[in-house]
Design a protein around this ligand. Sequence first.
Ligand code: SF4
Ligand code: SF4
Ligand code: FES
Length: 486
Amino acid sequence: MIDFFIDGVAVQAENGHTVMQAAVAAGINIPSFCWHPQLSVPGNCRICMVEVEADGGAWFDISCNMPVVSGMRVLTDSEKVKELRKDTMQFITLNHPVDCGICNKSGECLLQDHHFAYNGMPSLSRDPKTHATKFYPLSERIMLDNERCIMCSRCVRFTAEISKSNALGVENRGDHSLIRPAADVNFDDDVYSDNVIDICPVGALLSRELLDHARVWYLKATPSVCPGCERGCSINIWHRKAEWKLNALDPRLNTRIDRITPLDNPAVNGPWVCNKARDLSRIFERARATQPMVQGAATSLSEAIAAAAELIANAQHPVAFVSSWGSNEELAAFHTTFDSTFTSFVKADWTVQPGERIADDVLIKPDKNPNTFFARTMFSPMPDDASVAVPVDTDVLLVWGDGVALDAVPATTRVILLTSYDLPGHSRADVLLPISVQTERSGHYTNFAGVVTAFAQCFPKHANVSDAAILFEAIYAASSHVVGAR
Ligand code: SF4
Ligand code: SF4
Ligand code: FES
C-alpha cells in the first residue's frame, strides 16, 4: 500500500493505482466523464483535473491517469482546480444543445450534475453551435443523439473491451466527430449492447423502449436478480413510485416493469448485464393465471387446495417436477413439506430460445434457470428422458412452474399444476393453482458458483395468486386431514 494525502486527509492506495482509483476507494469524489472503473483510461475529458502540491511549485494533471506516489499531496477542490473545471465545462458544452428539459437522461445526467457543481454559467461562446445528427437509430434497441455526445468514448471502449463486438467507432475529426456503428458489424448482434446506455454520461444513447415513457424521478428501483440464466446477475427493476401513481391512464402502467439496469455486484456480474435482463418484462408480463381451477372449472382457492390435498393424500406413486425458478425459501418449503411424499426431480423451467446465445466468456451461462444449483442440493436432476421420471404407475404428478408439456403426461396420471402463466395446454391440469412471479415476492437465488443473492418484491399480488411456499404448507396441512388417506 502507498500512503499519500487527498485534501489533507491521509489515504492509502494499492500499488499501481491512480489518484482516481484511490479516491473512489476512499469514498472521495472527483468528477469524471470518460473514466469508468472497468474500462481503459483515455484521459480525454479533463474534468478530473487535480492539483498536486510540490516543493518546486504546484502542478496540475488528470487524476484518472496519475499514478499515486508515496507522500504526494493532492488537492481536488483548490481555487485553481475549480477554475480549470469551469473552463473544461465551458469547452465540453460548447456544442452541446442543453436540451435537458426534453432529454430522457434528465435526473441522472453527469453533464447536468457537473455543470451545476463546477460551472453554472451560460456559454461564453459567441459562435453558433455546430449541429449534428439528432435521433440516429444506432440499433433496433438504441437511439443516438450526436449533438448531446461529449465524445467521452466510453461506448466505443465498451464494445472493444467488454462485449468485444467492436461494433462502435468514431467517424470524422474535431467538432465533426460522430459515434457511428462499424461498417462490418451489426450492433444488434451485440447481446450486451444496452450497457452503453447506462455508461453514457449524457443523454446521447437512449433506450428506444424507454424513450419518452417515464421520467426517472417517477420511478423506483427495487433490487432483484435476473432469472435469465444460472449466472443470476444482480439487477434493479424500475417501476412507478406509489406517490406518482397514474390515476387517469391504464392502471396496469403502475405495476409494470419500466426498465431494468445492472446492480453492481463484483461477486456475480460487476456493473454489466446482458440484454435478456433488460427484456424480462417479456417473460414476467405474459398473460397471467389468476383463477384457481379444478377439472377445468373455476373455483375458490380453498377448494382448489382441498382438491390438490385429496389427490396427494390418496396417491400411491406421486411424482413432483420441482421448479428451478423457485427461490431458496420456496424450494426449502417444498422439501420440508413433501420430500417424503413425492419422488421429486428438478426440471428446467426455461430452455435456450431460438437465436439466443447459449454461453460466452462474459456473463451468459448455458442453464437458462436461476436456481438449478440450489434445487439440486435437495432434489434429483431430471433424467434425460422425462418419461423415465413418470413411470406408467404414476398416479399423481405435481408440476411446479413452466417447461412441462402437459399433453405428453399419460392420461391416467392426475396433474396438479402450480403456475404463474395462462399457457396453452394448462387445461389438461386436474387442479390448477396460480402462483406469484418473482416480482411479486421476495427471496434468494443461489447461482452456479454458489453465490446467494436476494430479490425484493416490486408489485402486489392478485387476490387469487399465492406464493408457492404458502401453497405447499396449505396443501400439506389439508392433506393430513383427508379422511381415508394412505
Ligand atoms: S455516445 Fe455517450 S458514451 Fe458514447 S462517446 Fe458520446 S457521450 Fe460518450
Ligand atoms: S448473463 Fe444471465 S443472469 Fe446475467 S443478465 Fe444475462 S441472462 Fe440474466
Ligand atoms: S475522467 Fe479523467 S480525463 Fe476524463
